[in-house]
Design a protein around this ligand. Structure first.
Ligand code: CUA
Length: 325
């Protein structure tokens, strides 16, 4: 006869499934930045504290169940000690520990490094790098960071509240319309880490992702130099088609007449990790899919669907975008 799983087996299964999700590019428990390491340490202390309290309560409950008669003095002692003194001491210790970690989290980035202005849009990320020498450039849905340098982020929103979060690098910070919030991140290992919006902001909230790529400082400098360049010349009629179909009214491609400011800057869109804020692969097929099905792929997005264009135009536009390296 088959027996149903016991509470212990269910708990073990749940723990195993939960532990499987502790891995990967979105993990807060495998920190890749100084702030994330502080937050992870805080988590383990809090989890340890919670476990200690839970064990104590379980022990006292069992003891109470098995003792038929508890003298009145003991009951009073248990209520005052277990109900007031112990929680007060434990919570004060954990609060003190948490507050002592705060200053290291809010320190600003180094003035010798670029700073990054990020604007939450529905539903993508406008990314503006401002270099220490005053030069600047714009990109979208992708953030490159030099290893071991502390970089300041200034966070804004045009429409609703979004929340900027790269779990492996640090904590989340809200982007509030009409305000600028600050965050500084200092990566401690190279790699590609996931970022996403952590505040419900509309129908496509879950499709508002981005990538943080941590590289060696030399690779970062060459990436910056490459991003400052205008878009590579187009092989055939791509630029003309991009402008004549109206794409240039919303998107900028530096070095061409396309200078729209509503949507993402597409100057080097072909060199990015993904299309449409992390929803499609960065290849001509991904661009074609996005152009023809955007209202389905990204409900409430401001970008109109271009399914009225002939397939040959869609292919040409998709190839044009893929070549913007
Ligand atoms: Cu932006 Cu959720």
């Amino acid at each position: 006869m088959r027996s149903s799983p016991t509470g212990f087996q269910l708990a073990a299964l749940t723990t195993a499934v939960a532990c499987l999700s502790c891995d990967g590019p979105f993990s807060t428990l495998q920190p890749a930045g100084t702030s994330a390491a502080i937050i992870a340490r805080l988590f383990w202390w809090m989890a340890g504290g919670a476990l200690a309290i839970w064990l104590l309560v379980m022990f006292l409950s069992l003891w109470a169940i098995r003792s038929p008669q508890i003298p009145a003095e003991k009951t009073r002692l248990l209520l005052i000690g277990g109900g007031t003194v112990v929680p007060f001491l434990l919570l004060t210790t954990l609060l003190g520990f948490g507050l002592s970690e705060m200053p290291a989290l809010v320190n600003k980035g180094s003035p010798e490094e670029p700073h990054i202005r990020i604007t939450g849009e529905q539903y993508w990320w406008r990314v503006q790098y401002v270099l220490p020498d005053g030069r600047s450039f714009e990109t979208a849905n992708e953030v490159w960071l030099p290893l071991g340098r502390r970089i300041s982020f200034y966070l804004e929103s045009k429409d609703v509240v979004h929340s900027f979060w790269i779990p492996a690098l640090g904590g989340k910070v809200d982007m509030i319309p009409g305000r600028t919030t600050h965050l500084a991140l200092e990566p401690t290992r190279t790699g590609v880490f996931g970022g996403w919006c952590a505040e419900y902001c509309g129908l496509s909230h879950a499709r508002m992702r981005f990538v943080a790529r941590v590289v060696e400082p030399e690779a970062f400098t060459s990436w910056v130099e490459q991003q400052l360049q205008p878009s590579p010349p187009s092989r055939d009629a791509g630029t003309h088609l991009f402008v004549s179909t109206g794409c240039g009214a919303c998107h900028t491609v530096r070095g061409t007449p396309a200078d729209g400011l509503i949507g993402p800057d597409l100057t080097h869109v072909g060199s990015r990790e993904a299309v449409g804020a992390g929803i499609l692969p960065n290849e001509s097929q991904g661009f074609a899919e996005f152009l023809t099905h955007v209202s389905h792929l990204k409900p409430e997005s401001q970008m109109p669907t271009f399914d009225m264009l002939p397939a040959s135009d869609i292919r040409l536009l998709a190839e044009y975008l893929e070549e913007r390296k």
